[in-house]
Design a protein around this ligand. Structure first.
Ligand code: COI
Length: 356
Protein backbone atom coordinates (compact mmCIF):
# COMPACT_ATOMS: atom_id res chain seq x y z
CA UNK A 1 0.00 0.00 0.00
CA UNK A 2 1.46 3.35 -1.07
CA UNK A 3 1.31 6.49 1.05
CA UNK A 4 0.68 8.99 -1.71
CA UNK A 5 1.17 12.72 -1.19
CA UNK A 6 -0.82 15.25 -3.16
CA UNK A 7 0.20 18.61 -4.55
CA UNK A 8 -2.72 20.12 -6.45
CA UNK A 9 -2.30 22.61 -9.27
CA UNK A 10 -2.95 26.28 -8.51
CA UNK A 11 -3.57 27.05 -12.19
CA UNK A 12 -6.02 24.46 -13.58
CA UNK A 13 -6.28 24.37 -17.37
CA UNK A 14 -9.66 24.79 -19.06
CA UNK A 15 -11.34 21.45 -19.78
CA UNK A 16 -11.75 20.62 -23.49
CA UNK A 17 -15.06 21.90 -24.80
CA UNK A 18 -17.46 19.20 -26.04
CA UNK A 19 -17.89 21.15 -29.33
CA UNK A 20 -14.30 20.46 -30.39
CA UNK A 21 -13.91 16.80 -31.34
CA UNK A 22 -11.13 15.07 -29.39
CA UNK A 23 -8.26 13.43 -31.24
CA UNK A 24 -5.87 10.91 -29.66
CA UNK A 25 -3.18 11.83 -27.16
CA UNK A 26 -2.76 15.57 -27.72
CA UNK A 27 -4.32 17.06 -24.56
CA UNK A 28 -3.12 16.29 -21.05
CA UNK A 29 -4.90 16.79 -17.74
CA UNK A 30 -3.84 18.95 -14.76
CA UNK A 31 -2.01 16.26 -12.77
CA UNK A 32 0.33 13.31 -13.08
CA UNK A 33 1.55 10.57 -10.78
CA UNK A 34 5.28 10.16 -10.10
CA UNK A 35 7.25 7.67 -8.02
CA UNK A 36 11.03 7.33 -7.98
CA UNK A 37 13.28 4.32 -7.59
CA UNK A 38 16.78 4.02 -6.25
CA UNK A 39 18.72 0.81 -5.81
CA UNK A 40 18.84 -0.09 -2.11
CA UNK A 41 15.89 2.18 -1.31
CA UNK A 42 13.21 0.73 -3.60
CA UNK A 43 10.28 2.70 -5.02
CA UNK A 44 9.73 5.87 -2.97
CA UNK A 45 7.90 9.21 -2.77
CA UNK A 46 4.68 8.34 -4.60
CA UNK A 47 2.94 11.62 -5.42
CA UNK A 48 0.22 13.24 -7.48
CA UNK A 49 1.57 16.58 -8.69
CA UNK A 50 0.73 19.20 -11.34
CA UNK A 51 1.38 18.00 -14.93
CA UNK A 52 4.69 19.62 -15.89
CA UNK A 53 7.91 18.92 -17.80
CA UNK A 54 10.44 16.69 -16.05
CA UNK A 55 14.14 17.50 -15.84
CA UNK A 56 16.61 14.75 -16.68
CA UNK A 57 20.36 14.57 -17.25
CA UNK A 58 21.18 14.40 -20.98
CA UNK A 59 23.13 11.29 -19.99
CA UNK A 60 20.01 9.59 -18.54
CA UNK A 61 20.13 6.00 -19.74
CA UNK A 62 16.65 6.04 -21.28
CA UNK A 63 17.90 8.48 -23.94
CA UNK A 64 20.66 6.15 -25.05
CA UNK A 65 19.57 2.54 -24.69
CA UNK A 66 15.81 2.88 -24.48
CA UNK A 67 15.23 1.17 -21.13
CA UNK A 68 11.56 2.16 -21.04
CA UNK A 69 8.19 0.48 -20.59
CA UNK A 70 4.62 1.70 -20.86
CA UNK A 71 1.03 0.65 -20.46
CA UNK A 72 -2.27 1.95 -21.79
CA UNK A 73 -5.78 1.71 -20.40
CA UNK A 74 -8.89 3.85 -20.23
CA UNK A 75 -11.31 5.39 -17.73
CA UNK A 76 -14.97 5.99 -18.58
CA UNK A 77 -17.76 8.01 -16.98
CA UNK A 78 -21.08 6.19 -16.55
CA UNK A 79 -24.44 7.91 -17.01
CA UNK A 80 -24.88 7.96 -13.21
CA UNK A 81 -21.50 9.68 -12.73
CA UNK A 82 -19.29 6.77 -11.66
CA UNK A 83 -15.75 6.38 -13.03
CA UNK A 84 -14.90 2.94 -14.35
CA UNK A 85 -11.60 1.34 -15.38
CA UNK A 86 -11.59 -1.59 -17.79
CA UNK A 87 -9.64 -4.65 -16.53
CA UNK A 88 -6.83 -2.55 -14.96
CA UNK A 89 -5.47 -5.62 -13.17
CA UNK A 90 -4.54 -7.06 -16.58
CA UNK A 91 -2.42 -3.98 -17.31
CA UNK A 92 -0.82 -4.11 -13.87
CA UNK A 93 0.09 -7.78 -14.34
CA UNK A 94 1.46 -7.17 -17.84
CA UNK A 95 3.48 -4.20 -16.55
CA UNK A 96 5.03 -6.53 -13.97
CA UNK A 97 6.12 -8.94 -16.72
CA UNK A 98 7.38 -6.12 -18.94
CA UNK A 99 9.50 -4.80 -16.07
CA UNK A 100 10.99 -8.23 -15.49
CA UNK A 101 11.91 -8.56 -19.18
CA UNK A 102 13.44 -5.06 -19.34
CA UNK A 103 15.38 -5.38 -16.05
CA UNK A 104 13.26 -2.60 -14.54
CA UNK A 105 12.37 -3.09 -10.84
CA UNK A 106 8.85 -4.48 -10.59
CA UNK A 107 5.92 -2.65 -9.03
CA UNK A 108 3.45 -4.73 -6.98
CA UNK A 109 0.15 -5.10 -8.85
CA UNK A 110 -1.78 -3.47 -5.95
CA UNK A 111 0.54 -0.42 -5.93
CA UNK A 112 0.26 -0.01 -9.70
CA UNK A 113 -3.54 -0.08 -9.40
CA UNK A 114 -3.54 2.30 -6.43
CA UNK A 115 -1.41 4.82 -8.36
CA UNK A 116 -3.83 4.74 -11.30
CA UNK A 117 -6.82 5.18 -9.00
CA UNK A 118 -5.16 8.12 -7.22
CA UNK A 119 -4.36 10.23 -10.27
CA UNK A 120 -7.59 9.40 -12.14
CA UNK A 121 -9.61 10.39 -9.06
CA UNK A 122 -7.92 13.81 -8.90
CA UNK A 123 -8.58 14.53 -12.61
CA UNK A 124 -11.97 12.80 -12.84
CA UNK A 125 -13.57 15.96 -14.22
CA UNK A 126 -11.44 15.50 -17.38
CA UNK A 127 -13.17 12.27 -18.41
CA UNK A 128 -15.06 13.10 -21.60
CA UNK A 129 -18.56 11.70 -22.03
CA UNK A 130 -19.35 11.99 -25.75
CA UNK A 131 -19.80 8.62 -27.50
CA UNK A 132 -16.42 7.23 -28.59
CA UNK A 133 -14.42 9.28 -26.07
CA UNK A 134 -12.63 8.30 -22.85
CA UNK A 135 -9.73 9.22 -20.61
CA UNK A 136 -6.60 7.42 -21.83
CA UNK A 137 -4.24 6.48 -19.00
CA UNK A 138 -0.55 6.17 -19.85
CA UNK A 139 1.66 4.68 -17.10
CA UNK A 140 5.36 4.48 -18.05
CA UNK A 141 8.80 3.98 -16.52
CA UNK A 142 12.12 5.43 -17.64
CA UNK A 143 15.73 4.66 -16.66
CA UNK A 144 17.32 7.81 -15.23
CA UNK A 145 20.94 6.98 -14.29
CA UNK A 146 23.37 9.51 -15.78
CA UNK A 147 25.58 6.83 -17.30
CA UNK A 148 26.68 5.73 -20.75
CA UNK A 149 27.62 2.14 -19.99
CA UNK A 150 25.25 -0.62 -21.06
CA UNK A 151 23.63 -2.16 -17.95
CA UNK A 152 20.31 -1.86 -16.15
CA UNK A 153 19.87 1.56 -14.55
CA UNK A 154 19.99 1.91 -10.74
CA UNK A 155 17.39 4.71 -10.74
CA UNK A 156 13.99 5.07 -12.44
CA UNK A 157 10.92 7.26 -12.64
CA UNK A 158 7.43 5.77 -12.82
CA UNK A 159 4.89 8.26 -14.12
CA UNK A 160 1.22 8.21 -15.10
CA UNK A 161 -0.21 10.86 -17.39
CA UNK A 162 -3.81 11.20 -18.54
CA UNK A 163 -5.27 12.31 -21.86
CA UNK A 164 -8.92 12.82 -22.84
CA UNK A 165 -9.20 11.08 -26.21
CA UNK A 166 -11.48 10.40 -29.16
CA UNK A 167 -10.92 7.79 -31.89
CA UNK A 168 -7.34 6.54 -32.36
CA UNK A 169 -7.71 6.05 -36.12
CA UNK A 170 -9.25 8.88 -38.12
CA UNK A 171 -11.29 6.17 -39.93
CA UNK A 172 -13.09 5.38 -36.64
CA UNK A 173 -15.08 2.18 -37.20
CA UNK A 174 -14.73 2.32 -40.99
CA UNK A 175 -12.59 -0.47 -42.44
CA UNK A 176 -8.92 0.42 -42.90
CA UNK A 177 -6.50 -0.53 -45.69
CA UNK A 178 -3.64 -2.73 -44.51
CA UNK A 179 -0.25 -3.35 -46.09
CA UNK A 180 1.26 -6.82 -45.47
CA UNK A 181 4.89 -6.10 -44.69
CA UNK A 182 7.43 -8.63 -46.00
CA UNK A 183 10.68 -6.66 -45.64
CA UNK A 184 10.73 -5.32 -42.08
CA UNK A 185 9.68 -7.26 -38.96
CA UNK A 186 8.31 -5.93 -35.68
CA UNK A 187 9.65 -8.53 -33.26
CA UNK A 188 11.13 -11.99 -32.94
CA UNK A 189 10.62 -14.77 -30.43
CA UNK A 190 12.92 -14.20 -27.49
CA UNK A 191 12.95 -10.45 -28.19
CA UNK A 192 10.65 -7.78 -26.77
CA UNK A 193 7.52 -8.35 -28.84
CA UNK A 194 5.45 -9.86 -26.04
CA UNK A 195 6.03 -6.99 -23.62
CA UNK A 196 5.03 -3.33 -23.75
CA UNK A 197 8.39 -1.75 -24.53
CA UNK A 198 8.68 1.53 -26.42
CA UNK A 199 11.33 -0.24 -28.50
CA UNK A 200 8.64 -2.32 -30.27
CA UNK A 201 6.97 0.83 -31.48
CA UNK A 202 10.10 2.46 -32.85
CA UNK A 203 10.81 -0.84 -34.63
CA UNK A 204 7.45 -0.45 -36.37
CA UNK A 205 7.90 3.08 -37.71
CA UNK A 206 9.81 2.39 -40.91
CA UNK A 207 7.19 0.01 -42.26
CA UNK A 208 4.38 2.29 -41.12
CA UNK A 209 5.87 5.21 -43.05
CA UNK A 210 6.29 2.95 -46.10
CA UNK A 211 2.65 1.83 -45.83
CA UNK A 212 1.44 5.43 -45.53
CA UNK A 213 3.42 6.40 -48.62
CA UNK A 214 1.58 3.66 -50.50
CA UNK A 215 -1.79 4.95 -49.29
CA UNK A 216 -2.27 2.30 -46.59
CA UNK A 217 -3.25 3.01 -42.95
CA UNK A 218 -1.40 0.25 -41.13
CA UNK A 219 0.98 -2.65 -41.47
CA UNK A 220 0.21 -6.32 -41.03
CA UNK A 221 3.25 -7.92 -39.40
CA UNK A 222 4.53 -11.35 -40.35
CA UNK A 223 6.71 -13.51 -38.09
CA UNK A 224 10.40 -12.62 -38.07
CA UNK A 225 11.71 -16.10 -38.92
CA UNK A 226 9.68 -17.51 -41.81
CA UNK A 227 8.00 -14.23 -42.78
CA UNK A 228 4.90 -16.30 -43.35
CA UNK A 229 2.71 -16.28 -40.27
CA UNK A 230 0.56 -13.33 -39.28
CA UNK A 231 1.40 -11.72 -35.94
CA UNK A 232 -0.17 -8.28 -35.39
CA UNK A 233 -1.71 -5.38 -37.25
CA UNK A 234 -0.28 -1.90 -36.64
CA UNK A 235 -0.10 -1.59 -32.85
CA UNK A 236 -2.97 -4.06 -32.41
CA UNK A 237 -3.74 -7.76 -32.24
CA UNK A 238 -5.58 -9.27 -35.19
CA UNK A 239 -8.62 -11.52 -35.60
CA UNK A 240 -10.19 -13.31 -38.55
CA UNK A 241 -13.56 -14.94 -39.02
CA UNK A 242 -13.10 -17.86 -41.36
CA UNK A 243 -15.90 -20.27 -42.15
CA UNK A 244 -17.79 -19.42 -38.95
CA UNK A 245 -14.71 -19.74 -36.72
CA UNK A 246 -12.87 -16.93 -34.97
CA UNK A 247 -9.12 -17.26 -35.54
CA UNK A 248 -6.34 -15.23 -33.92
CA UNK A 249 -2.56 -15.78 -33.91
CA UNK A 250 -1.45 -17.85 -30.92
CA UNK A 251 0.91 -16.03 -28.52
CA UNK A 252 4.22 -17.46 -29.66
CA UNK A 253 6.50 -15.05 -27.79
CA UNK A 254 6.66 -12.17 -30.26
CA UNK A 255 3.03 -11.03 -30.00
CA UNK A 256 1.69 -8.64 -27.36
CA UNK A 257 -0.92 -10.30 -25.09
CA UNK A 258 -3.52 -7.56 -25.51
CA UNK A 259 -6.23 -6.98 -22.92
CA UNK A 260 -8.77 -6.34 -25.69
CA UNK A 261 -7.52 -9.51 -27.47
CA UNK A 262 -8.17 -11.53 -24.32
CA UNK A 263 -11.60 -9.91 -23.88
CA UNK A 264 -12.61 -10.64 -27.50
CA UNK A 265 -11.59 -14.30 -27.16
CA UNK A 266 -13.59 -14.63 -23.93
CA UNK A 267 -16.67 -12.92 -25.41
CA UNK A 268 -16.59 -14.91 -28.67
CA UNK A 269 -16.34 -18.19 -26.72
CA UNK A 270 -19.22 -17.03 -24.55
CA UNK A 271 -21.31 -16.38 -27.65
CA UNK A 272 -20.66 -19.89 -28.88
CA UNK A 273 -18.18 -19.22 -31.69
CA UNK A 274 -15.41 -21.75 -32.05
CA UNK A 275 -12.23 -19.76 -31.25
CA UNK A 276 -8.88 -20.96 -32.54
CA UNK A 277 -5.62 -19.51 -31.23
CA UNK A 278 -3.16 -20.85 -33.75
CA UNK A 279 -0.61 -19.94 -36.37
CA UNK A 280 -2.19 -18.57 -39.52
CA UNK A 281 -0.23 -17.75 -42.64
CA UNK A 282 -0.84 -14.95 -45.11
CA UNK A 283 -1.21 -17.68 -47.78
CA UNK A 284 -4.02 -19.33 -45.81
CA UNK A 285 -5.73 -15.98 -45.56
CA UNK A 286 -5.57 -15.34 -49.30
CA UNK A 287 -6.85 -18.86 -49.94
CA UNK A 288 -9.73 -18.34 -47.54
CA UNK A 289 -10.57 -15.11 -49.33
CA UNK A 290 -10.44 -16.83 -52.72
CA UNK A 291 -12.72 -19.69 -51.69
CA UNK A 292 -15.15 -17.29 -50.02
CA UNK A 293 -14.64 -18.47 -46.42
CA UNK A 294 -12.96 -15.29 -45.13
CA UNK A 295 -15.84 -13.43 -43.52
CA UNK A 296 -14.27 -10.70 -41.36
CA UNK A 297 -10.92 -9.24 -40.34
CA UNK A 298 -10.44 -6.85 -37.43
CA UNK A 299 -7.74 -5.47 -35.15
CA UNK A 300 -8.12 -5.10 -31.38
CA UNK A 301 -6.39 -2.75 -28.96
CA UNK A 302 -7.06 -0.47 -26.04
CA UNK A 303 -6.80 2.68 -28.11
CA UNK A 304 -9.20 1.75 -30.94
CA UNK A 305 -11.04 -1.15 -29.17
CA UNK A 306 -11.99 -2.76 -32.51
CA UNK A 307 -10.78 -1.62 -35.92
CA UNK A 308 -12.18 -3.42 -38.98
CA UNK A 309 -9.89 -4.26 -41.90
CA UNK A 310 -11.42 -3.83 -45.35
CA UNK A 311 -8.50 -4.23 -47.71
CA UNK A 312 -5.21 -6.15 -47.55
CA UNK A 313 -2.27 -5.96 -49.93
CA UNK A 314 0.75 -8.24 -50.20
CA UNK A 315 3.04 -7.39 -53.07
CA UNK A 316 0.79 -7.30 -56.12
CA UNK A 317 -1.99 -9.32 -54.48
CA UNK A 318 -4.95 -7.32 -53.19
CA UNK A 319 -7.76 -8.61 -51.02
CA UNK A 320 -11.06 -6.85 -50.54
CA UNK A 321 -12.83 -8.02 -47.36
CA UNK A 322 -16.55 -7.74 -46.89
CA UNK A 323 -18.70 -5.04 -48.42
CA UNK A 324 -16.86 -1.92 -47.25
CA UNK A 325 -18.59 -1.76 -43.86
CA UNK A 326 -17.84 -3.24 -40.43
CA UNK A 327 -18.72 -6.95 -40.13
CA UNK A 328 -21.34 -8.26 -37.67
CA UNK A 329 -18.94 -9.92 -35.20
CA UNK A 330 -16.58 -6.90 -35.15
CA UNK A 331 -19.57 -4.62 -34.58
CA UNK A 332 -20.95 -6.83 -31.80
CA UNK A 333 -17.55 -6.95 -30.09
CA UNK A 334 -17.20 -3.16 -30.31
CA UNK A 335 -20.72 -2.56 -28.98
CA UNK A 336 -20.36 -5.11 -26.18
CA UNK A 337 -16.92 -4.03 -24.98
CA UNK A 338 -17.73 -0.31 -25.08
CA UNK A 339 -21.11 -1.05 -23.47
CA UNK A 340 -19.34 -2.83 -20.59
CA UNK A 341 -16.71 -0.08 -20.33
CA UNK A 342 -19.46 2.54 -19.99
CA UNK A 343 -21.36 0.50 -17.40
CA UNK A 344 -24.35 0.10 -19.76
CA UNK A 345 -23.91 -3.66 -20.12
CA UNK A 346 -23.11 -6.18 -17.44
CA UNK A 347 -19.68 -7.69 -18.17
CA UNK A 348 -18.07 -10.80 -16.77
CA UNK A 349 -17.08 -10.62 -13.10
CA UNK A 350 -14.27 -8.14 -12.41
CA UNK A 351 -14.05 -6.55 -15.87
CA UNK A 352 -14.88 -3.07 -14.62
CA UNK A 353 -13.38 -1.52 -11.52
CA UNK A 354 -14.79 1.66 -10.01
CA UNK A 355 -12.47 4.55 -9.15
CA UNK A 356 -13.18 5.51 -5.54
C1 COI B 1 -3.38 0.19 -28.31
O1 COI B 1 -3.88 0.59 -27.29
O2 COI B 1 -4.01 -0.42 -29.17
C2 COI B 1 -2.00 0.47 -28.58
O3 COI B 1 -1.14 -0.30 -28.31
C3 COI B 1 -1.75 1.75 -29.22
C4 COI B 1 -0.96 2.66 -28.35
C5 COI B 1 0.49 2.46 -28.60
C6 COI B 1 -1.39 4.07 -28.61
Amino acid sequence: MLTIRYEKTTSPKPLPTPENPLTFGTIFTDHMFIMDYEEGKGWYDPRVVPYAPVTLEPSAMVFHYGQEMFEGLKAYKTEDGRTLLFRPDENAKRAYKTNERLCIPTIPVEDFLQAIQAVVKVDEAWIPTKPGTSLYIRPFIIATDPFLGVRPSYTYKFMIILSPVGAYYPEGLNPVKIWIEDEYVRAVRGGLGEVKAGANYVASLKAQVKAHEEGYSQVLWLDGVERKYIEEVGAMNIFFKIDGKVVTPVLTGSILPGVTRKSCIELCKDWGYPVEERRISADELFEAAQNGSLEEVWGTGTAAVVSPVGHLRKGEQVLQIGDGGIGPVSQKLYDTITGIQLGKLEGPEGWVVEVV
